[in-house]
Design a protein around this ligand. Structure first.
Ligand SMILES: [Zn+2]
Length: 301
């Protein structure tokens, strides 16, 4: 396998759905995965890695520690005892001890275990906590992954740029773009979503001039300039819609209702069934909760 080995998109089949949550595999001398899927997807991810010829992993890199991205980090770390786990410093302690993260997510999901499987702790000695932008992962032959801090969707998110290919792995920084839909759906979950940071991050990442962009949900974006143009616009559009509901005294339920009613505006020309598929990566409810929290906090600062 060459140093320039092409990135492979592995499907986690999250919650039984194909094509919504990816693990990106960078094969080569020091193989790396970017994001891991949830603990409940390990049964898909391990065989997919095996089928790709991976019997050893050097790096498990996490864009952020939400359960659909990092839930299986402990499982993969156990399976590949030589791998280092790379994460922004703000997320590191939650990998070593996932109990608080788990408790906070339990407030949003009644059936945690069934949806997310288990989250196993990662030995702190194996965690590489990133506090600055720059090269963080050596893939071999001078090829590196560079970290770029990418707050907005979450405070502890980073994007990773492949120095050889120019591929940029953005986690949820630019929202969700599933293959059946060209449209970007914002991902605005609580408790850390922030619109200004999201827009600022999109601008900064665009300036890196990546050749391709890989949101975790799902696969390479069909058009690099389109996703950078559309993502900030859609995040803003959803927040503005929610703001009007909030200003009129509405709460969570009214926001969700309003989002659903705006389907033709949010998703012109898109099949309603495809729109529903977005629910499995970031639901209307989760997005409304995150925006509501953001609006409440913004009003108190
Ligand atoms: Zn996320």
């Amino acid at each position: 396998m060459t140093e320039r080995a092409e990135v492979q998109t592995l499907d986690t089949n999250m919650h039984g759905w194909p094509g919504i949550t990816a693990v990106y595999l960078l094969p080569g001398r020091n193989p790396a995965v970017i994001d891991t899927g949830p603990g409940s997807s390990v049964e898909h991810v391990l065989p997919a890695l095996q089928a790709a010829g991976i019997d050893s992993l050097a790096w498990i890199v996490l864009t952020h520690i939400h359960l659909d991205h990092a839930g299986a980090a402990g499982h993969l770390a156990q399976h590949f005892p030589e791998a280092k786990v790379v994460v922004r410093k703000e997320g590191a302690r939650h990998l070593a001890d996932p109990s608080r993260l788990w408790a906070s997510a339990s407030q949003l999901y009644p059936n945690m275990q069934e949806l997310w499987g288990k989250m196993l702790p990662v030995d702190p000695d194996r965690i590489v906590a990133i506090s600055e932008d720059g090269p963080v992962v050596e893939l071999g032959g001078g090829r590196r992954l560079e970290a770029h801090y990418a707050p907005g969707h979450a405070k502890h998110q980073m994007a990773l740029l492949d120095s050889h290919t120019g591929d940029l792995f953005v986690g949820d920084a630019l929202g969700v773009q599933i293959p059946e839909a060209g449209v970007v759906r914002p991902a605005t979950p609580p408790p850390e979503f922030d619109l200004e940071l999201t827009v600022h991050t999109a601008e900064r990442l665009h300036k890196l001039g990546p050749s391709r962009v890989f949101p975790t949900h799902y696969g390479p974006a069909p058009d690099v300039h389109q996703i950078f143009e559309e993502a900030p616009r859609r995040f803003t559009q959803w927040v503005e819609a929610a703001e009007r509901v909030y200003a009129a005294g509405g709460g969570l339920e009214e926001m969700v209702e309003d989002f659903r009613a705006r389907r033709p505006e949010f998703y012109p020309d898109l099949d309603p069934e495809v729109v529903e598929k977005f629910e499995y990566s970031c639901s209307y409810d989760l997005n409304a909760r995150g925006i509501l929290r953001y609006l409440q906090q913004r009003n108190t600062r």
